[in-house]
Structures are given as structure tokens and as C-alpha cells.
Design a protein around this ligand. Structure first.
Ligand SMILES: Nc1ncnc2c1ncn2[C@@H]1O[C@H](COP(=O)(O)OP(=O)(O)OP(=O)(O)O)[C@@H](O)[C@H]1O
Length: 357
């Protein structure tokens, strides 16, 4: 089922939480709503769920082309899971999952046998079939979160909304659960919108990423598109590490108005002495070398502006360079971004080196 929201505006008193937000989510996709705290992600999710309403007359929410703007949450066929999984503490895992079915009006309520079968199937799906009789307190955080998902799925929703579903868990469990969610999504293929402020999480598992900032959508695209072709300085800075450097000193050519150059640490190549001859390399001083970890990192200082920045290279390349802190070197940027007036232009020097004047 597709989700379409158009021109939503939401104010809380004088505060604007959503400012003319339009978004289209394709059926069967796993879409991440990504943005910093306070950017409006939860508000947007709650409006889609029907738990909150946009400012009167400010837009519409459609599910599969049907306008549901005026419908309550129970009438929208949506399942949702929030960060603080509110499982019923006194009910077993089985009873928690069955809850949404048992509170249905009598004529819509499945028989006990049907409920049992459906709950069993759901518990298998979330890989908790052995734990049906446990209480929530006897489960790990990750297991509780999967119970919450099974409970949301029990009503057979057409859309699944997840608000920071793994937010309260530690980093390792989060990683496991996000892979599990991706796999799970491939099995059920339910249109899913999940909120996260973790860019790695969004880039790793989503089909499409919606980047929000300051009550607006900054960019929508596939993970690789938003990472490689960010539409604004905000997006490039929010998605992964990036160095911000002055574009104006010895770095040329550049479009008028572009005074900041953005370069990802993995797009910085370091050259030594003779290797730099004949290239348009920028002279730097090596400040620190971090060789522990899966890749090597080197902190450098530009000689022309004094700015410090970081390069990320493979351990092999780092060993080959055999750098020492304090020595002189040169860098070449494989790929930089410039944003005149805060907008992306095709001033992308992909594949070319930046000339030093
Ligand atoms: N009921 C409310 N009353 C007043 N202000 C609110 C209300 N709900 C949200 N806001 C404000 O609207 C803004 C957007 O909130 P929202 O929860 O949508 O952000 P978010 O991107 O989900 O942030 P987080 O990642 O911290 O959850 C915030 O500044 C918040 O304080």
C-alpha cells in the first residue's frame, strides 16, 4: 500500500514542527525517516498514523489513493511500534501478541483456534516461537522489541510505522535487529516507514531515505544517492563524516559563491615527496596517525589555511605510505562538493583533482 502526504503543516503554538511537507512512499518499500532530534520525524509519523492531526486545511494523508485525513488511527489499517515498547507486563508474550485480535468487536474477532494459529505464525516470523509463555520481564530488550513488532503485525496492517524501534537498545543488539528487520521486510514486503536519527541504520537497511531538517524534507532518495549526491550542505554533513574546508585560498577553480568545500575522508588521498610531483596536490603537514581499527585515519593540516582535516585510508595504503607525525606530505581530493548559496550544483569535480593555484 502506498502512502502519500501532501502539504502538511503542523504547529504547536508558535512552533512549526512540519512546514509544508509532502512525501510519497512506494508500496512494499522500507523507507527511513532520518533527521536530527526535533526535525519533525515523529510528528510526521504520528500524523500518518492518525494519532495527531495536521493544522486544519493544511494537507492530506492518503493510503493507496484513499484520503484518510479525517479517519482515526483504528480505521487506517496501520500497525505501529514505538521506541518504548509498551508491552503489557502482566500478560505473556502470547497474550501480548494476541491482544489486538482479542479486543476486536465480536463479529470481527477470530476464533480461539485462529488466534492461536496466527500468534504462533507471528512468533515464528519474529523468531520467538519458543518463548510464548514468558512474561516481558523475562525477555531481553531485543526480544521485547520483536514481540512489539509481532503485536503490531497481528492485526494484519497494510502499513507498518516504526518510531525509533531500536532506539533504546545497546549498539550491538541494534545492529543485529536492524539486519533482522531488513530480512524480515524481505519476507513480508509490507510498506514500512521507520524513524531513526542514526544515519548508518538508515543507509544500511532502507530502500529509500527521507532526510528531514528543521520541519522540512531536505532530500529523498536511495541510500547511495543521498550519500553520493547530497542535495545540500545539511545532507552531506548529516550523512557520514565529511571535512569542511575553505574553498577560496589555494584551491581553484570553483563556482561563484562557493566558499566551502566538502570532502569525505575516504576521498582524500595522501601522497609523499616524489609521488606528488606533477600532480595538483595540496601541501599539508601530518598531525596524527590512527592505525588501530579496520581502516587507518590520518589528521592533516593544510599549510595554506591552517585548517585541520581527516583522511581515511586502508591499512595497506597506510603501511605503504609509512607516514610520521610532523612530516610534510601532499593530498589529492578524489571527489569534492561545493554548494553555492546552500544548493547543490553540478560543481562536482568527480574524478578530477583540484588545482592548486
Ligand atoms: N505535543 C507537542 N507540543 C508542543 N511541541 C511539540 C509537541 N510534539 C512535538 N513538539 C515539538 O515539535 C518538534 C518536532 O518534534 P518531533 O518529535 O516530531 O521531532 P523528531 O524529529 O521526531 O525528534 P526526536 O528524534 O527527538 O524524536 C520538536 O521541537 C518538539 O519539541
Amino acid at each position: 500500500m502506498s502512502i502519500e502526504v501532501t502539504h502538511l503543516r503542523k504547529t504547536f503554538g508558535a512552533y512549526t514542527a512540519l512546514d509544508d511537507v509532502s512525501l510519497s512512499v512506494k508500496p512494499g518499500q522500507l523507507t527511513a525517516l532520518l533527521g536530527p532530534s526535533g526535525s519533525g520525524k515523529t510528528t510526521l509519523l504520528r500524523i500518518i498514523a492518525g494519532l495527531e492531526f495536521a493544522d486544519p486545511g493544511s494537507g492530506a494523508v492518503c493510503l493507496d489513493g484513499q484520503d484518510v485525513t479525517a479517519l482515526g488511527p483504528g480505521e487506517r489499517g496501520i500497525g505501529f511500534v514505538f521506541q518504548h515498547y509498551a508491552l503489557f507486563r502482566h500478560l505473556t508474550v502470547f497474550e501480548n501478541v494476541a491482544f489486538g485480535l482479542s479486543v476486536r468487536p465480536r463479529r470481527e474477532r477470530p476464533s480461539r483456534a485462529e488466534v492461536r494459529d496466527r500468534v504462533q505464525r507471528l512468533l515464528q516470523l519474529v523468531q520467538l516461537d519458543g518463548l510464548a509463555q514468558r512474561l516481558p520481564t523475562q525477555l531481553s530488550g531485543g526480544q521485547r522489541q520483536r514481540v512489539a513488532l509481532a503485536r503490531a503485525l497481528a492485526i494484519e496492517p497494510k502499513v507498518l510505522l516504526l518510531d525509533e524501534p531500536f532506539g533504546a537498545l545497546d549498539a550491538k543488539v541494534r545492529k543485529e535487529l536492524r539486519r533482522w528487520l531488513r530480512q524480515f521486510h524481505e519476507e513480508v514486503n509490507l510498506t514500512t516507514l521507520f524513524v531513526t536519527h542514526d544515519q548508518e541504520e538508515a543507509l544500511e537497511i532502507a530502500d529509500e531515505v527521507v532526510v528531514m531538517n528543521n520541519a522540512r524534507i531536505e532530500q529523498v532518495g536511495a541510500p547511495q544517492t543521498v550519500y553520493d549526491q547530497p542535495a545540500s550542505p545539511f545532507v552531506i554533513e548529516f550523512l557520514g563524516n565529511v571535512n569542511r574546508l575553505a574553498a577560496g585560498v589555494s584551491v581553484g577553480p570553483r563556482p561563484a559563491g562557493a566558499d566551502t568545500l566538502y570532502v569525505r575522508p575516504h576521498d582524500v588521498d595522501i601522497r609523499r615527496g616524489a609521488d606528488a610531483a606533477g600532480t595538483h596536490a595540496l601541501p599539508v603537514k601530518v598531525l596524527h596517525i590512527f592505525a588501530a581499527g579496520s581502516t587507518g585515519r590520518v589528521v592533516l593540516r593544510r599549510l595554506d589555511t591552517g585548517e585541520a582535516f581527516e583522511a581515511e585510508l586502508s591499512r595497506g595504503r597506510l603501511a605503504e605510505l609509512d607516514l610520521r607525525a610532523g612530516e610534510a606530505a601532499w593530498v589529492v581530493f578524489r571527489h569534492v562538493r561545493l554548494f553555492p548559496d546552500g544548493r547543490y550544483t553540478e560543481a562536482d569535480l568527480r574524478g578530477s583533482e583540484i588545482a592548486v593555484s
